[in-house]
Structures are given as structure tokens and as C-alpha cells.
Design a protein around this ligand. Structure first.
Ligand code: ADP
Ligand code: MG
Length: 817
């Protein structure tokens, strides 16, 4: 039983080294022991030894259920027994059950204790990292040892379940432990490769490594190997093709037989090499990472210690350990993000004096009373929130969320009037020119109910009777001719114009304001930190209101826009209907057209959305122009069709929109430009072509374009060949009307990366955190606020490490360093 004894001893020693956590052997000790004891019994001839062995109860051991102390005692007992029964040197090799060629022990690992090096030293400080290797790592953004510790695998291969050769299943990722019977160099597809036959007690299997002839020499007959990889079938027999492999030694496995990390690498870095390096660096340095979270916080939030989390994120004991590690690391990211954002907010609020507005303005009441409808309770509440902000000396920074059609514009208009009444300028910015024009029209219409419109031009309207001077509203878009534009810009600079409406280009260079104190940004959820600070440069710290119909889940909004306060119009004006939504199979196209025709007969209009302007190979979608022509000629020759796409000039677009809005057109064929904001009360049908290409939030936006009037409205979605995930989306949009519920689903399906790139928002990257970790997000935010309330400058001694960490991840927030 010599070899058996030796392998058991090694495992128990490893178990001892690892602190009795039952991690020395894949699948747990109990399973191993059962197997081991079975083999041992067969090979033991002395009844005396057999008796002693039985007393150890290895066959029905219950190591897993022992306490730590019991495990310790038990391991010691077995080791003592083994010491007794292990053969003398000269007997070695004779009684082996499974022959093993002993390999020279790998170079003893020397613990380097060079004092001058820290985890912030360049990676060359780590053993085995040459400067040329370091250059390759640098390309991955890994410069210091800390970077390497935080260079987490993008996923793990699960090679933790060992199979015997007879249990292998074709197509599965499997792990075996086997002996090399024979290994040789062969030619496969003209390339020098290695072929080996390996076996265990249940059978043999062929293993090939393409393109790697050198392995043949390493795989000496009788060597014991762990092999992990996908099993395929060749000539009716199982074969491993270029699997991961490593020798069975008393070292921890890193490529096989466990959860094996996969790193995103660059040219010149090889997975095995990187795994080996990272394992060494993790073993040697992870414990030196200072844990910047206080013990109380960790306890309260049930978080792992940082060094442990780092090492388990690379080489987890099991899936649970990996997930627990991720939670800790993700928490760190979100928590630091929150602290950074909170700090930024305090920063600009305190350092930049705003302009408090007076909000007791008779004109505001007149305006609100003149509206053709009453504000909903939600609009009322949000308006009050805005007014409260505007009165404060700190500039407002508020995100206004409201479902499509919830009436954000009128609330924004009220705020703009308050700015004007205070003698300041206000700006309203939309993502597209069409939308800017629509806002201009809407606001002018509302104002003409209360004020007297003076002589005006297309882009400039004045209303008297509201303020001591005529209230002037201008539209500034790329379409106006140069001379007029310059004239407008000059008047904006002179302070002649109270309210400027335009696209986001307003915040770009060229437009100077005289006294901009309120900026409203419409329909923009990608209006990140950077843009906001650009805007702050424009005016003397203007109040900022960002409006979006993309219903971002609250926690997500708070994370990414943590520097903004949040207002939500969570109620639609009365009488809004449920829009009947149907996902149509390709065969139902004709009945969709028949439906559109019937609607047109009762004066109801239709949007038809096509994904692209030009035919494109990549996307098999119908081009709007071709579609427009086809529909006009072949399908609806008797109806009035219009075309809208992004390559038309703004005035052409405007003309078409006007005709559609006023009912001169029955059908508007459009590219997705119509996505946001456009308001046509007479439209009752939305037909979306290639609906499978759009995300849920986008589809919801399209749907929001109809149902603005009294008539029942419909949304029809056509999809040629939807993928599985697209099918799920289409199912969901059919069933769910509520934008917020849809956003949650969207987030779940698409993941936050696509839903909401953090990059655009100007915030640090999240590596471990997923924005769908709602619970963790909330926790991190709560803890950040709690900390911020107690010690916002992080001056207390117990927050020193945290302050240091923050200064590292948010270097621009100076006062923490
Ligand atoms: P969104 O929030 O999508 O920007 P809008 O501001 O464009 O919505 O408003 C959508 C439509 O609802 C507009 O025609 C607007 O006049 C109308 N509206 C806004 N508020 C109300 C209200 N309280 N009652 C009835 N209709 C309203
Ligand atoms: Mg709007």
C-alpha cells in the first residue's frame, strides 16, 4: 500500500496546510477516502494492519461534518497511522498499486521578503516577471503588482468534478486523473503534434495536443496527469483534443481539476504561463493588500476580507467561494463610486455659488391656469421639487424621469419661465433637431395662450404682457442660414433672448450666453458627468435639469447619477390608454397592412419604422427609402405617405412632420429618428419593422409615439427571424406596458454594459460589479451615505486607508489624498 499511503499522506498534509477546510482534494476528503480505503484494503495482506485500518473508519468517514478541532485530531490520527505503515526506503516501488514516476521536486519556493517592495511596485518585482513580460502586461493596463492582483479572470472553467475514464461523456468539459501509458510525437494535419494514451482503473483514452511536439518528451510513461478539457469523438472513440493538463504533484492544481481561471490576454501571453504567474503573485502578495473597509462595515454587510476575496476571485475553492469573493470586490467598486459621486456633488455645490431664483411669480400662476389641462399630481409634486431647488443658493442638479407622455415638457417650461422672470436666461436642449423644433412649437403654443405674440420670425418669437419686457424665445439649430444664426448668437450673448431652444450642440463651442442660469437637457440618459461639467462652464453655475423617458431603475440612476437628485413623474395624464401590442409573424404582414388601411379610413394615422436609411449587407433590414417607395407603389397607392430619415435637412423633416401632425398624411415611413419625443395626437398605429433589432426600452419609446389622443392605439412588431433573446424581448413588450418594469427586464436581458455604458457617463469602470446587482447597489449606497454623514472628508483615523483608496480610484477628487 506504499503509494497509496504516500498519496493519502500528501493530501492530509495539504489539508493541514490549508487549515482543515476540506479543500485538499477535489470533491472532498470523504469521497477520496472511500475510494482510497477500497484500494488499500485489497493491497494490505497483514491482518493486523487491516484491523487497524478498519478502526480508522475511512470507508465511512464523515470528515465534512466534523468541527475544525475534530478534523485536526482526526487528520493527526490518520497521519500517525500512515507513518507506522509506510514502507522503508528499500521497499518503495514494489507494492505500488499505480506506478508513479517521482519527479524532482520543483524548486523550493523562497518567500521573498524584500522590504523596499510593496504591492505598488512594478510587476517586475514579482518573481518570474521579466521586463519583456512586463511590457506585455502593461498593454493590458497591468503595471503594478496591485494591478495584477486586480487583473481578474473573466470567467472560470469548471474542471472541479473528476470523472473516471469510463464515465466520460462526449461534448462535455471533463476532468480525469490518469497515468501516461505512452506518449509520442505524431503528425496531425501536417503539423508536429503529441499523442498520448492515458488510463485509469476504468479504461484508457487517447489525448492529442496539436502543434505541440515537445510535450511528448515530458509525458514519460507512468507519469500521473490531471487532464481537463472537452471530450470529443474520433472514429467512434473518446479523445481529448489539446486539453489542459498538469502533473499530479503535491502542489495545488492550477490548470485542471478545479475552477480554472480564464484571463483576457494579449499577444505573447500564454494562458498557462499567466495562470502560473498570477497564482504565485496571489499567494505571495494578496495578503499584503490593506483592507480599507472597517471591520464593523464588513460585519454589517457580511463581506469577505479583501485579501481572501482577491485570492478566491482568481483561484476559488468552489463556486460559492468565487461568488462571495465577487460580492466583496463588487461592493468595493460600488461603494467607492458612491463616495466619489457624493463628494463631487458636495464639491460643486459648495464651491460654486448658484443663483437663487425667486419663485413667487404671478406670471407662473397665470401660465399654469392657462394650460388646456390640469397638471397631474405627479407633475405638481415635481414642479414643487424644482421650485424648491431653484430658490436655493446651490445650483440645482436634478434628473427628471417620466414615462413617455407623462408631461415633462410643461414642467420644464414652467421652470424656464421662472428663470426668465428672474431676469436670467434658460436653455432647453434636445438630442435631435426635430425634437428641438417640436419643443419650440409646443412652448410657443403654450405661451401664446397667456401672452400676446408680437411680430416674430420663424426662429424667434416674442410675447408681451408677461414680463416688463417682451419674453423672447429662440430656436437655434444647424438648419438656419449662417447670417441669421450669427445674429441669433449675438442676441443670446447680449442677453436679448430669454429662452433658447436647440440641440445639445448648444453646449458646444460657439454659443455664449449672457446670463444662463437654467439648463434643461431633454431625452438624454447619456448626458454624463463630463457634459454636465461642460455645461457648468457655460453659465455661472446654472441650475441643471436632465429629463429622460428612459426609465432607469432608481438604484441604477442613483449610482450613475448619484450627483443628481431624482424626481419622478410616475403618473400619466388621465385618459391615457393601454396600447395594444402584438408581435406579428412574417406571414401576418398583409393583415397588418389591411389593418392600417382600415385605420386610415377612419382618419387614424400610422408610423412605420424601418431600421436603416440605406440597404446594408450587414443588417438585413428594409431601407426606409426603398420601403417608402414600395409601400407607396404597391401596398398603399391610394393613401398619402410621407418619409422621414436622418439624411433629410431639418427643414425637410420639419415639413414632413408638420404635414403628418396636421393630418395631411396617413402614413409616415421613418427611420428610428422618430424614436424620442415626437408627439402626433392623431397617430394610432405604430408598425416596427425588424423589431427584433431593437432593445426593449427603444421599442417602448416607439410605442410611446402613439396613444397620444383619444382613439385606441396599437403597436405592431414585425420580426423576420428573431433570435432566442429577441423572442424573449418581443414576448415581454407584448405583455408589459409599464416603462419601469420594462427597463428592469431590459437590464436583465441585455446587461448593463449595453443598457447603460458606464464609460459614457464618465465614471470609473466597474469590473466586478454588475449594475443588475440591485441589492448590492442599494447596500453600497446606504453605506456610502452613512459614512459621508459621519465623516465626509474621511479625516478620522479609521478612514485613513479608505481615503487613500479613494484617492487612487478617483484621483481628480483631490482632497482625499
Ligand atoms: P413627455 O414626458 O413624453 O415629454 P410631453 O411633455 O411631450 O411628454 O407631453 C405629452 C402630451 O401630454 C403633450 O401633448 C402634453 O400637452 C400632454 N400633457 C401634459 N401634461 C398633461 C396633463 N396634466 N393632462 C393632460 N395632458 C397633458
Ligand atoms: Mg418629451
Amino acid at each position: 500500500m506504499a503509494t497509496n499511503a504516500e498519496s493519502l499522506r500528501k493530501i492530509l498534509e495539504l489539508e493541514h496546510k490549508k487549515g482543515y477546510v476540506d479543500s485538499a482534494v477535489i470533491g472532498g476528503l470523504d469521497r477520496f477516502l472511500l475510494n482510497w480505503a477500497g484500494q488499500a484494503v485489497e493491497s494490505i495482506t497483514s491482518p493486523h494492519l487491516l484491523n487497524r485500518l478498519h478502526k480508522l473508519h475511512l470507508v465511512n468517514s464523515s470528515y465534512a461534518s466534523l468541527t475544525k478541532q475534530q478534523r485536526k485530531d482526526w487528520v493527526k490520527g490518520v497521519l500517525d497511522f500512515l507513518a507506522e505503515v509506510e514502507p522503508k526506503e528499500d521497499e518503495k516501488g514494489e507494492a505500488k498499486l499505480t506506478p508513479v514516476v517521482s519527479r524532482p521536486p520543483s524548486k523550493a519556493r523562497v518567500q521573498r521578503t524584500v522590504v523596499s517592495q510593496s504591492i505598488d511596485s512594478p510587476i517586475t518585482a514579482a518573481r518570474g516577471i521579466s521586463s519583456s513580460l512586463a511590457t506585455k502586461f502593461n498593454k493590458l493596463g497591468v503595471k503594478t503588482i496591485r494591478d495584477l492582483l486586480y487583473f481578474f479572470p473573466h470567467r472560470h472553467l469548471d474542471y472541479s468534478q473528476r470523472k473516471s475514464i469510463s464515465q466520460l461523456t462526449e461534448g462535455e468539459e471533463e476532468t480525469i486523473i490518469a497515468n501516461v501509458w505512452q506518449a509520442q510525437e505524431i503528425r496531425l494535419g501536417g503539423r508536429r503534434s503529441t499523442e498520448a494514451i492515458v488510463g485509469d482503473e476504468t479504461g484508457n483514452v487517447r489525448v492529442v495536443w496539436f502543434n505541440n511536439p515537445y510535450l511528448a518528451k515530458k509525458l514519460v510513461t507512468n507519469t500521473r496527469l490531471v487532464i481537463s478539457g472537452r471530450v470529443s469523438l474520433f472514429n467512434g472513440r473518446h479523445v481529448f483534443e489539446s486539453p489542459e493538463w498538469e502533473f499530479v504533484e503535491d502542489r495545488e492544481l492550477i490548470h485542471t481539476g478545479r475552477l480554472v481561471p480564464l484571463y483576457s490576454l494579449t499577444q505573447g501571453l500564454h494562458p498557462r504561463q499567466v495562470r502560473k504567474l498570477i497564482k504565485e503573485v496571489v499567494d505571495q502578495w494578496a495578503w499584503q493588500v490593506e483592507d480599507f473597509l472597517s471591520p464593523e462595515l464588513k460585519k454589517r454587510c457580511n463581506l469577505l476580507e479583501l485579501p481572501q476575496a482577491i485570492s478566491q476571485a482568481h483561484y476559488p475553492d468552489d463556486k460559492i467561494a468565487r461568488d462571495t469573493a465577487r460580492v466583496r470586490l463588487a461592493f468595493d467598486e460600488l461603494f467607492l463610486l458612491q463616495l466619489g459621486v457624493l463628494n463631487k456633488k458636495r464639491d460643486w455645490q459648495e464651491s460654486q455659488p448658484g443663483s437663487p431664483f425667486s419663485t413667487k411669480i404671478p406670471m407662473l400662476d397665470t401660465f399654469l391656469r392657462s394650460l388646456p389641462f390640469e397638471l397631474t399630481a405627479a407633475q405638481q409634486r415635481v414642479l414643487e421639487e424644482l421650485l424648491a431647488d431653484l430658490q436655493k443658493p446651490q445650483p440645482m442638479s436634478r434628473l427628471l424621469q417620466g414615462e413617455v407622455g407623462s408631461g415633462k415638457t410643461v414642467v420644464a417650461t414652467a421652470a424656464l419661465l421662472v428663470a426668465a422672470a428672474n431676469g436670467y436666461q434658460g436653455a432647453l436642449m434636445a438630442p435631435t433637431e426635430i425634437l428641438a423644433e417640436q419643443h419650440f412649437t409646443t412652448i410657443c403654443q403654450l405661451l401664446s395662450r397667456v401672452g400676446h405674440q408680437e411680430e416674430g420670425e420663424d426662429y424667434l418669437h416674442s410675447y408681451s404682457g408677461l414680463l416688463p419686457h417682451p419674453l423672447t424665445v429662440a430656436l437655434l439649430i444647424g438648419d438656419i442660414n449662417q447670417v441669421r444664426k450669427q445674429e441669433l448668437q449675438q442676441r443670446i450673448l447680449d442677453g436679448d433672448i430669454d429662452i433658447v431652444i436647440g440641440t445639445h450642440a448648444l453646449i458646444q463651442k460657439g454659443v455664449e450666453f449672457c446670463r444662463l442660469r437654467l439648463a434643461v437637457v431633454d431625452e438624454q440618459h447619456r448626458f454624463g458627468v463630463t457634459q454636465r461639467s461642460a455645461l457648468r462652464q457655460k453659465g455661472f453655475s446654472p441650475h441643471i435639469l436632465v429629463m429622460t423617458a428612459t426609465p432607469i431603475p432608481r438604484t441604477l440612476a442613483l449610482t450613475l447619477y448619484g450627483d443628481l437628485d431624482l424626481s419622478v413623474i410616475d403618473q400619466l395624464p388621465p385618459g391615457r390608454q393601454v396600447i395594444k401590442t402584438k408581435w406579428l409573424k412574417p406571414g401576418q404582414r398583409d393583415s397588418a397592412y389591411a389593418f392600417i388601411r382600415r385605420q386610415a379610413a377612419s382618419n387614424c394615422q400610422t408610423f412605420i419604422i424601418c431600421p436603416l436609411v440605406e440597404e446594408s449587407e450587414a443588417i438585413q433590414a428594409r431601407a426606409a427609402i426603398a420601403e417608402y417607395e414600395r409601400l407607396s407603389r404597391e401596398v398603399f397607392p391610394d393613401l398619402r405617405l410621407g418619409l422621414l430619415h436622418g439624411r433629410m435637412s431639418a427643414s425637410e423633416k420639419d415639413k414632413v412632420m408638420r404635414r403628418f401632425r396636421s393630418g395631411e398624411l396617413d402614413i409616415l415611413v421613418s427611420t428610428p429618428v422618430v424614436e424620442v419625443g415626437i408627439d402626433v395626437p392623431g397617430a394610432t398605429v405604430m408598425l416596427v419593422e425588424s423589431a427584433d433589432r431593437f432593445g426593449l426600452s427603444q421599442l417602448h419609446q416607439f410605442r410611446g409615439r402613439v396613444g397620444r389622443g383619444q382613439e385606441q392605439s396599437y403597436c405592431m412588431l414585425l420580426a423576420q427571424n428573431p433570435s432566442e433573446i429577441a423572442r424573449q424581448r418581443l414576448d415581454i413588450i407584448e405583455k408589459i406596458q409599464d416603462g419601469f418594469a420594462l427597463a428592469e427586464e431590459d437590464l436583465r436581458l441585455r446587461g448593463p454594459g449595453e443598457f447603460f455604458g458606464t464609460r459614457q457617463s464618465g465614471l470609473p469602470d466597474l469590473r466586478m460589479a454588475k449594475l443588475s446587482d440591485v441589492g448590492l447597489l442599494e447596500l453600497a449606497r446606504r453605506e456610502a451615505i452613512r459614512l459621508f454623514e459621519k465623516d465626509s472628508a474621511l479625516e478620522k483615523p479609521e478612514h485613513k486607508l479608505l481615503a487613500k483608496e479613494l484617492a487612487r480610484v478617483w484621483p481628480e477628487a483631490g482632497e482625499w489624498s
